[in-house]
Design a protein around this ligand. Structure first.
Ligand SMILES: *[C@@H]1O[C@H](CO)[C@@H](O)[C@H](O)[C@H]1NC(C)=O
Ligand SMILES: *[C@@H]1O[C@H](CO)[C@@H](O)[C@H](O)[C@H]1NC(C)=O
Length: 722
């Protein structure tokens, strides 16, 4: 091999490894049968990369899903159904006569809500249909495919800006494409980077006007992998390639970072194998369930635990979808509806640096990248405890062929040492009472790695009826290269747009917004949204020794604009979803309330193009009338969208929402000012919100549960107290 060929060989080896790392980390989950993968292929060689640990018994046999069948109206498409849909589409004239096509989304078209509500176990399933978003010869099409009849019906979704979610193939090929351009190669080499060390990322470029219209564009930025697996910490700062995603034509190469060094590799690697010593801070710890778990998952999707039952599935765009969540009433024993459907509708992640290589970084991770597509296999014993059950995702690739994302979701019971309720009497009363109940919950978890960042989403169910939705952020910062190595060189700190984390590395300030779709159906679809405002009242002079006190004022939202809520600490409200036609024994409407936790609001200018596209974050709470086609807060076609199809636009119609089937939207926000502890990888930061019963039950629903006793817990011994 002459040296040129050697370089070429090394280059390909690295690029393939890199592409695997960036976009195909799911590949270990593919089975050879599905992928037709020759065993000599490097893709297959990486198959076991994730299986570092012995898997718990439930997951040792790989489920090929070949015999999956739908059992519930909301069950996701099966492997066989995907194959049927593919052959239906390929024999359709539009596809047969096309030069190019790609399927950007193939998911179950859920039956109408009334059909799902009417359906009982044992009934025939409603007709199985798929909703397909395809690009054929450069045009976007939406179809309904009837799986049993093979009929393909075009769906009119109206005229909107934007393109469908990228396919994995779009992302992969975009990272390759610049290498076809000699100027790109020259630019990389001029920056002192060996082409074999190159790692590139496909970065959605938002929309800022004419330049981003009428063609699918993407920006590519690159890093050096030399000496580290954490190439994100070694940006080739200032270099941006604009690429036409359909033709792979390089539209523009801009390098404004020629004087900015590539940060060093030392200290950036986070892998255990790269650490020269290991510190064991705690002894091994695990939850034991001597009698086994208390939940069952029927046909892989219907979860039954304690007093809860819900349907659970994975989704390429939303990640996980929780549907038909019902809780048993302790008095009547009936299953009562709480939520028809809940999921992560969109994420919005704007970076706070207006300069050339950064201004466009305003990601929408669900609509642009597919939050579920980026959900990686969970790591047993570390992502989820030993007692976890794992669920796979089955999705379609751009060519319509199905593939399996193994261990994408886990379900487990959690006992975190917390207290469900308690009371003990003080000796003053002479009564020896100490009643305490432990809190055990059920957690549904997924973790998405959207390139550098990792999002952990938990749906946690409590026996007292509360649902806690928690988002954890971890992974690796998107950093900026700089010539500064110490803060004493920086004159104007606010021009850094972030924090100097290490020599030549700035962690850029950014926000994260995660918008949840919450179709609450409290004892039925017809509900109202009530703001229970806490108001200070002042007493009349001489009325009371008190000058002021609080009282509640209930405001039932009549139409959408009444339900656009900005949270305020000094003008607080509770946010109730009630069923106005169902009262408790003493006459309160049954309901659930949304309880926001720590959160953040977007401070961007409302006319800033990213904020227009992300206008669903203009309020923390919105309520809309149920509409099957309004599920994606950033619009159906988010990629390069202009903000003409967002939740904010729908809500402006101000439709009536009182005593109607309504959907609540809540946005959980984080401002992230990076700090040195976030380098080279971030300890998890979490925030959550609760959906909590409010006069839903007649009284405490877990009064009758027993406490823990020693004999039921044979495994663990408490440490001898000092
Ligand atoms: C750029 O470099 C890569 C790696 O050496 C090579 O495969 C590719 O052909 C080069 N592109 C051009 C246009 O020369
Ligand atoms: C349902 O949503 C779609 C998309 O926003 C809209 O075009 C349609 O008018 C809505 N229907 C109603 C009844 O609001």
């Amino acid at each position: 091999m002459d040296s040129r060929n050697l370089i070429r060989f090394l280059f390909f080896t690295f690029v393939i490894a890199l592409l695997l790392l960036l976009t195909f980390t799911n590949l270990p989950a593919y089975t050879e049968e599905l992928l037709d993968c020759p065993t000599s292929s490097r893709w297959c060689a990486t198959k076991n990369r994730f299986i570092k640990q012995p898997q718990p018994p439930k997951t040792t046999t790989t489920n090929l899903h070949t015999s999956d069948e739908p059992h519930h109206p909301l069950d996701p498409l099966t492997l066989n159904e995907f194959n049927t849909i593919r052959s239906i589409l390929l024999s359709h004239t539009l596809f047969k006569n096309s030069n190019t096509y790609a399927l950007h989304s193939v998911v179950l078209e859920e039956p109408d809500k009334y059909l799902v509500l009417k359906w009982k176990h044992g009934d025939d399933l409603p007709r199985r249909k798929a909703s397909v978003i395809a690009r054929v010869n450069g045009e976007t099409h939406v179809f309904t495919v009837d799986i049993s009849t093979g009929v393909v019906t075009p769906v009119d979704v109206g005229q909107h800006s934007g393109y469908p979610t990228m396919t994995i193939e779009d992302m992969t090929s975009s990272t390759w494409a610049p290498l076809g351009n000699p100027e790109f190669n020259r630019t990389i080499m001029a920056r002192g980077i060996d082409l074999k060390d190159l790692a590139c990322l496909p970065i959605s470029l938002g929309w800022f006007g004419k330049k981003e219209e009428n063609r699918r564009l993407i920006k590519v930025q690159c890093y050096s992998m030399e000496g580290t697996a954490n190439f994100y910490m070694r940006p080739i700062e200032g270099l941006t390639v604009v690429l036409d995603m359909d033709t792979k034509y390089v539209v523009e190469i801009v390098d404004k970072g020629k004087n900015i060094p590539i940060p060093k590799a030392a200290g950036t690697d986070y892998r255990l194998s790269a650490q020269n010593h290991q510190i064991n801070l705690v002894n091994p710890i695990s939850i034991e369930q001597p009698k086994g778990p208390s939940f069952v998952i029927e046909h892989d999707h219907l979860v039954k635990w304690a007093n809860w039952e819900f349907h659970l599935k994975s989704d390429p765009r939303a990640g996980v979808v929780v549907s038909r969540a019902m809780v048993r009433d302790p008095i009547t024993g009936e299953k009562r509806s709480v939520m028809y459907k809940g999921f992560t509708s969109e994420l919005f992640v704007p970076y706070m640096d207006p300069t050339d290589a950064w201004y466009f970084k305003t990601y929408m991770d669900a609509g642009e990248y597919g939050f579920g597509l980026q959900a990686m296999p969970l790591d047993p014993l570390n992502d989820c405890p030993r007692n976890a059950y794992y669920m796979d995702g089955v999705f379609a690739a751009g060519d319509g062929k199905p593939y399996i994302r193994s261990n994408m979701v886990c379900v487990f019971e959690r006992y975190a040492g917390d207290i469900g309720w308690r009371h003990s009497e003080s000796p003053i009363t002479g009564m020896e009472i100490r009643e305490v109940r432990p809190k055990v919950t059920l957690v549904v978890r997924m973790a998405a790695s959207v390139a550098n960042y990792d999002y952990i989403v938990d749906w946690e169910f409590q026996t007292d009826g509360l649902i806690r939705v928690k988002v954890g952020l971890s992974g690796i910062l998107m950093v900026k290269g700089t010539s500064y190595v110490n803060m004493n060189q920086v004159n104007q700190v606010d021009n850094l747009h972030g924090t100097l984390l290490s020599e030549n590395v700035i962690g850029v300030i950014h926000d994260h917004y995660i918008t949840f779709y919450l179709d609450m159906d409290i004892d039925g679809p017809e509900n109202s949204f009530v703001k229970v405002n806490l108001k200070r009242e002042t007493t009349a002079s001489g009325e009371s020794p008190r000058l002021s006190y609080l009282k509640t004022v209930r405001n039932v939202a009549k139409s959408e604009k009444d339900a656009q809520v900005k949270l305020k600490l000094y003008d607080p409200s509770e946010y109730h979803i009630i069923n106005p036609s169902k009262m408790t024994r003493v006459g309160n409407p049954v309901g659930y309330k949304l309880v926001p936790g720590g959160t953040a609001a977007s401070l961007l200018d409302l006319d800033d193009p990213p904020q227009k596209r992300g206008a669903f974050t203009n309020n923390q709470i919105w309520v809309t009338p149920y509409n099957k086609s309004e599920e994606w807060a950033g619009g159906l076609f988010t990629y390069q969208s202009q903000g003409d199809d967002t939740l904010a636009v729908w809500s402006e119609r101000d439709r009536p929402i009182e005593n109607k089937d309504i959907v609540m939207w809540y946005t959980l926000g984080f401002h992230h000012v990076p700090c040195q502890e976030d380098f080279p990888i971030m300890p998890t930061v979490s925030s959550s919100f609760d959906l909590k019963p409010v006069n839903f039950y007649e009284s405490n629903p877990i009064l009758n549960i027993p406490p823990n006793v020693e004999k039921d817990l044979p495994v663990c011994n408490a440490a001898s107290s000092a």
